[in-house]
Design a protein around this ligand. Structure first.
Ligand code: AMP
Length: 593
């Protein structure tokens, strides 16, 4: 790995980036910086966001800058206002030891007159979105006749957003002999055409595989029915108490609905979409960056150019229309060398799309089951215990300690811990008590047989599972052989490792309960038990009877069932307050339960 000092950068730039904490150049910087500082050349670089591409063109650009020239000498075109501001800010930071360098951002949604004034005061580098820049050229507020470097950043996005004509128009006003550097995350034919039309034997650099996503992203998918999408999202978020993510939706309306539902259900969420005013968008982004928001629900267009380094998850609430957008969405996580998860919520019909994406990005998705209610509860309980352990203690409590300790005199340490954890945890348990299984199978888990025709069904627990060597068909045989019930009457079967669930029409309850009395499998007596709320509901507390720590913790007096006496339910977080409990690293404090 090279050092920045070996790349031929000006001392001022080296000092500035050292102060920013950049220690070593990223792979793309290692390639572009020596190349672009040593000689004038055209360049096509295939690089995702998050690879350090802004510095990959920004540092060479500043390195060759001539501060004594007054007219704009470099132009950077990028697709969105957010990215435009981000690039300007980054360049400003790299140029912090080069006083007098003027970098002017030009984007829509802000007063054009102010931007014109700034340009008139002198601009060495203009960072612009195509639409607004074209406007300025039309008003003759800007002369690009002395530009000797043009950077096209996120070229594929600019084309996706329909800026092709504007780009042609703008480039026509720049000198022919300029150098052009094109950066793109993907290389569809339209981008390749730009490089053919505007460049002269460009150098080509690729970081990672062509059209691939960043390698430190794990791609997962969850398969649910369409009407369970939102429940699955909540389950996933609850299973990851420290999630800090972007939830991508396809439309503005969906974005708004998902965000409203999340807010109603007590999450720190908000939406970002094209109908918001610029001030509203800025406010949402401020909250998200400062982690007052844990989940940002966004459309593809609105989320372009978001550069937040520690996003843990990108969630595809709905898959995008095209594969390129999938790459762009997932590139919002795993930035600056970090790891991230890109997870898609899909219906069985959409699995084909997953396969197409896999082929295109050359990476396999892992199909992951939507966590069960009890798994979510376990995860939350452990997270709560960790947070309680790590919380910064408030010194003011000291003054009240003797009075408080008196109240707990009759309890052991274990009991005190249980009391405090239960305060938060009971509502969660209550919410997930009857949580159904949300997973669908690839064939589409349509309710089968009688269940589909509306006959009331009873769901039974049976103490035989995969470890006993049964699969669905042998389970059906076991049930039919033992009870004499026709196999067409058997409803849904859910296999677990050491036990399973099955459904039969209510009218057969008596037969089922008596016929299984003396049956054994592998020498072991079979136990069956009716679960409450049949018809696929499933009681989570039965889902994993063998898992001990819930049992142990539950004590003798009814264990988790006690929690129903808790504080309202999950659906009604106290007074709709999104900031009232939990929290961990999140300043606004998550209030999912
Ligand atoms: P970009 O791909 O330009 O959007 O950069 C992604 C993030 O990586 C930004 O937050 C940069 O500040 C950061 N970054 C860029 N280059 C380096 C480097 N050499 N060392 C550490 N961080 C970097």
């Amino acid at each position: 790995m090279k050092l920045f000092s070996e790349l031929g950068l000006r001392a001022e730039l080296q000092t500035a980036i050292a102060e920013m904490g950049f220690e070593n150049p990223t792979p793309i910087q290692e390639q572009t910086i020596p190349l672009l500082t040593e000689s004038a050349t055209d360049l096509v670089a295939l690089a995702q966001t998050g690879t350090g591409k802004t510095a990959a063109f920004g540092l060479p650009l500043l390195n060759i800058l001539d501060e004594t020239r007054k007219a704009p000498q470099a132009l950077i075109l990028c697709p969105t206002r957010e990215l435009c501001m981000q690039i300007s800010k980054d360049l400003q930071a790299y140029a912090s030891k080069m006083p007098g360098v003027k970098i002017v951002p030009v984007y829509g949604g802000a007063a054009i007159s102010t931007q014109i004034t700034q340009i008139k005061r002198g601009a060495h580098i203009i960072v612009a979105t195509p639409g607004r820049l074209k406007d300025m050229i039309d008003r003759k507020a800007l002369n690009l006749g002395e530009v000797d470097t043009v950077v096209l950043d996120e070229a594929d996005e600019m084309l996706n957003m329909g800026f092709r004509e504007d780009i042609d128009y703008i480039l026509a006003t720049t000198p022919k002999e300029k150098q052009t550097w094109l950066f793109s995350a993907t290389m569809p034919p339209e981008v390749a055409a730009i490089s053919r039309n505007y460049m002269d034997h460009p150098h080509e650099i690729a970081v990672g595989k062509k059209n691939s996503g960043a390698t430190n992203i794990k791609h997962l998918y969850y398969m649910v029915s369409n009407h369970n999408r939102y429940s699955a999202l909540k389950r996933i978020a609850d299973y990851q108490p420290d999630i800090y993510g972007i939830i991508f939706c396809r439309t503005k309306i969906e974005t708004q609905q998902v965000a409203e539902n999340l807010i109603r259900d007590g999450y720190n969420a908000d939406s970002l979409h094209g109908d918001l005013s610029q001030a509203q968008r800025d406010a949402v982004m401020r909250k998200f960056r400062s982690k007052h928001l844990q989940m940002l629900v966004a459309t593809d267009v609105a989320a372009r150019g978001i550069d937040v380094t520690d996003i843990t998850h990108v969630v595809h609430y709905n898959l995008p229309e095209d594969i390129e957008s999938y790459t762009h969405r997932s590139g919002r996580t795993a930035r600056a060398g970090k790891h991230g998860i890109s997870l898609a919520i899909v219906t069985p019909r959409e699995v084909d799309k997953i396969r197409q994406i896999e082929r295109k990005i050359g990476t396999q998705f892992v199909q992951t089951p939507v966590p069960t209610g009890i798994e979510v509860c376990e995860q939350q309980l452990l997270s709560l215990a960790n947070k309680a352990h790590d919380v910064e203690l408030n010194p003011d409590i000291e003054g009240y300690l003797s009075v408080i300790l008196e109240k707990f005199e009759d309890l052991s340490k274990d009991e005190v811990i249980k009391h405090f954890l239960s305060l938060e945890f009971n509502r969660f348990l209550e919410y997930y008590r009857n949580a159904p299984d949300l997973n669908e199978s690839a064939r589409g888990a349509k309710p089968s047989g009688e269940r589909a025709s509306g006959v009331p069904m009873t769901r039974y627990f049976i103490s035989v599972g995969e470890l006993d060597g049964v699969d669905k068909s042998s389970m059906v045989r076991l049930l039919c052989d033992t009870t004499g019930i026709q196999n067409s009457k058997i409803g849904k079967i859910e296999l677990r490792r050491s036990f399973s669930f099955f459904e039969v029409p209510e009218q057969f309850n008596h037969i089922v309960e008596t016929k299984f009395e003396d049956i054994t499998v592998n020498g072991r007596a079979i136990r069956i038990e009716k679960t409450e709320g049949g018809g696929g509901g499933g009681r989570w507390e039965k889902d994993r009877p063998a898992k001990s720590h819930f049992r142990e913790n539950s004590g003798g007096g009814g264990g988790y069932r006690k929690s129903s006496g808790g504080e309202g339910g999950y659906r009604k977080p106290s007074g709709g307050d999104r900031n009232s409990s939990g929290g961990g690293g999140f300043k606004g404090k998550k209030k999912p339960w």
